[in-house]
Write a protein that binds this ligand. Structure first.
Ligand SMILES: Cc1cc2nc3c(=O)[nH]c(=O)nc-3n(C[C@H](O)[C@H](O)[C@H](O)COP(=O)(O)O)c2cc1C
Length: 362
């Protein structure tokens, strides 16, 4: 067990989950994660990680990213890169700043290695985040995840997304379109055929108007059925979407060890962590099948170990992300996963992550 898990985590897990997140973020910003000798870290990374992954015209230093929601306002990118993550997806960012839902809105389910959140896109707004990212030195790939403001109706969603898209365009290496958070009423209806087509075609057209295009990725829910997955893949292909991020949190509460009374007490929100691991891997496989392997997938949901990450890669993901596993495992998480992935590649006689993508589906 790491120092974090045996000492720091028990302390952090005594305070409310969102406060613990804020304390953790303050630790990171205070320089806790910044290694004293950068070159030493660079050489260590070269040995201990599966190495760079080229996708979407970008070079990801390694295949593991921080999933959206951890760094909603782009304040921790440098620190997260220093912990060994190859990319950070900032956001979800909305056009106007939002407070999000009232607290408490983040809950731990330790028996299930899970979290439930109903944060509701609390963020400082697109202008503030874009301004911050524009001043930052890049040490890893930085995606920006965009969503719609809570007080905007779905019929006006396209304009709302477009305005955010234009603001973050110049500072984002890729832009993730979030239509899958369960905490903004009606948002997930944007995954339905006509709404999705309208949104994606508008964003693609807007993208084409810029001198430098950004890769657009679509982030989907794990709760879609096969028909809905096929619809999403179809819409992504038709509208030139470069990739799919699978998956967001689930609204399902099936198969949990946490008592039903406790689940009832917590209430609404998206469930993340171990309980979504298998379902998200399954969705990755379904996207690969439905797209004939043509749409790159970023796999996310319940990654705690290198084996979890590899399962997603062998189902068809070319990159992976994590949030909840990082919270439970602590600052050594990214290095451990990257080291483990390299070990798995060695054991299987594979040269690179690219060689492993989809091998479980052959
Ligand atoms: C506290 C919390 C906040 C999140 N906020 C966002 C968000 O703002 N936008 C988003 O697309 N996903 C958000 N997510 C979902 C994660 O990015 C990820 O898709 C999901 O948690 C599954 O991965 P995990 O099991 O590794 O946490 C959030 C997850 C958590 C736990």
């Amino acid at each position: 067990m790491s120092l974090y898990e045996s000492f720091l985590k028990p302390l952090l897990f005594r305070v409310p989950a969102e406060t613990a997140h804020e304390i953790g973020a303050a630790f990171l910003r205070a320089g806790f994660a910044i290694p004293p000798v950068r070159s030493a870290v660079a050489s260590r990374c070269a040995r201990d990680s599966p190495g760079p992954v080229e996708r979407f015209g970008l070079t990801f230093p390694n295949p593991l990213g921080v999933a959206a929601g951890f760094d909603k306002n782009g304040k921790l990118v440098r620190e997260l890169a220093a912990l060994g993550f190859g990319f950070v997806e900032v956001g979800t960012v909305t056009l106007r700043p939002q407070e999000g839902n009232p607290r408490p809105r983040l809950f731990r389910l330790p028996k299930d290695l899970a979290l439930i959140n109903r944060l509701g896109f609390n963020n400082e707004g697109a202008e503030a985040v874009a301004e911050r990212l524009s001043r930052m030195d890049r040490e890893c790939v930085v995606g920006v995840n965009i969503g719609r403001n809570k007080d905007v109706e779905n019929r006006d969603a396209v304009e709302n997304y477009l305005a955010t898209f234009r603001i973050v365009h110049s500072v984002a290496d890729y832009i993730a379109v979030n239509v899958s958070s369960p905490n903004t009423p009606g948002l997930r209806e944007l995954q339905e055929r006509s709404a999705l087509d309208e949104l994606l075609s508008a964003l693609s057209e807007c993208n084409a108007g810029f001198e430098t295009r950004r890769p657009i990725l679509l982030k989907i829910a794990p709760d879609l059925d096969d028909r809905q997955i096929a619809t999403v893949v179809d819409a992504a292909k038709r509208n030139g979407i470069e990739g799919i991020i699978a998956t967001n949190t689930t609204i399902s509460r099936d198969g949990l060890s946490t008592s039903p009374e406790e689940i009832e007490r917590i209430g609404d929100g998206g469930l993340s962590g171990r309980p979504v691991c298998d379902r998200s891997t399954e969705v990755i496989g379904k996207i690969r099948k439905a797209s004939g392997g043509e749409i790159p997938v970023i796999g996310v949901g319940g990654i705690f170990t290198a084996e979890d990450a590899f399962a997603k890669i062998s189902a068809g993901a070319c990159l992976v992300q994590a949030y909840t596993g990082f919270v439970y495992r602590g600052p050594g998480f990214a290095r451990e996963i990257n080291r483990g992935l390299q070990r798995i590649l060695n054991a299987k006689g594979l040269e690179s992550i690219d060689e492993a993508v989809g091998i479980g589906m052959l």
